[in-house]
Write a protein that binds this ligand. Structure first.
Ligand code: PXP
Length: 236
């Protein structure tokens, strides 16, 4: 299973001060040195974290691959076609949401998504649709020539009982099998962390996981001691 790191949270922290640090591009390059398979950024319509400068610099500097998460709006599709990420992951986007809250309804948005895929393919950009583990949604994704689906794992990750977790895992298992039969690549993400990944990796057939929050949160803990010690040395 490949692992791509989402660095949106680094940009959220940068934007909180309106200055240049911490820089998501620098963080992405460190992650590449550590062995990650790719970098994911979500260029939101409201630019609340990642901005165009980040996307263009990442395109120039990354040696792995760039997965641009995006809504299927004319403005963002134009930017994607210009920048040329290896993969565009299309997600639903609501201004009020704290994070992406669930998969896109491919069936209800089929014409718009079909056009978006045609446009992105013209620029040799592969497309992934972020969806729930639902057979009809997977069939719809395949019918409009999506290259990948990304299965929303948030319900699995947030499940409170073992029973609920098992049920959701079973839905994901069936969805992966079905998508593979249709020739789709299968990614997965949202809410995966250092605990639930142990159960999750038992599912066969997932090509890649996209993880952000848990890894960036852990980096603060594992890196804080050294950062404090560095400042102590400088203040003595
Ligand atoms: N995949 C998609 C489509 C997402 O929107 C997100 C959140 O930005 C992730 C994966 C990563 O989720 P998390 O930050 O919870 O690991």
């Amino acid at each position: 299973m490949r692992f791509s790191l989402n660095v949106d949270h680094i940009a959220t922290l940068r934007n909180a001060r309106g200055e240049g640090q911490p820089d998501p591009v620098t963080a992405a390059l460190i992650a590449e040195q550590a062995g990650v398979d790719g970098i994911v950024v979500h260029l939101r319509e409201d630019r609340r974290h990642i901005n165009e400068r980040d996307v263009r610099l990442l395109r120039e500097l990354l040696s792995t691959k760039l997965d641009l998460e995006m809504a299927a709006t004319d403005e963002i599709i134009k930017i994607a076609c210009d920048v040329g990420p290896e993969l565009s992951t299309i997600v639903p986007e609501r201004r009020q949401e704290l994070t992406t809250e669930g998969g896109i309804n491919v069936i209800d948005n089929i014409a718009r998504l079909k056009d978006a895929i045609i446009d992105l393919h013209k620029f040799e950009i592969e497309v992934s649709l972020f969806i729930e583990p639902i057979i009809d949604q997977i069939d719809a994704a395949a019918s409009i020539d999506s290259d990948y689906i990304e299965i929303h794992t948030g319900i699995f990750a947030n499940s409170v009982s073992e029973e609920e977790q098992f049920d959701e895992l079973e839905k994901i298992r069936i969805a992966v099998k079905h998508a593979k039969k249709l020739g789709l690549g299968v990614n997965a993400g949202h809410g995966l962390d250092y605990n639930n990944i142990k159960i999750f990796r038992e599912i066969q057939g997932i090509d890649e996981v996209s993880i952000g929050h848990s890894v960036i949160a852990r980096a603060l803990y594992t890196g804080l001691k050294e950062a404090v010690q560095d400042m102590i040395r400088l203040t003595k």
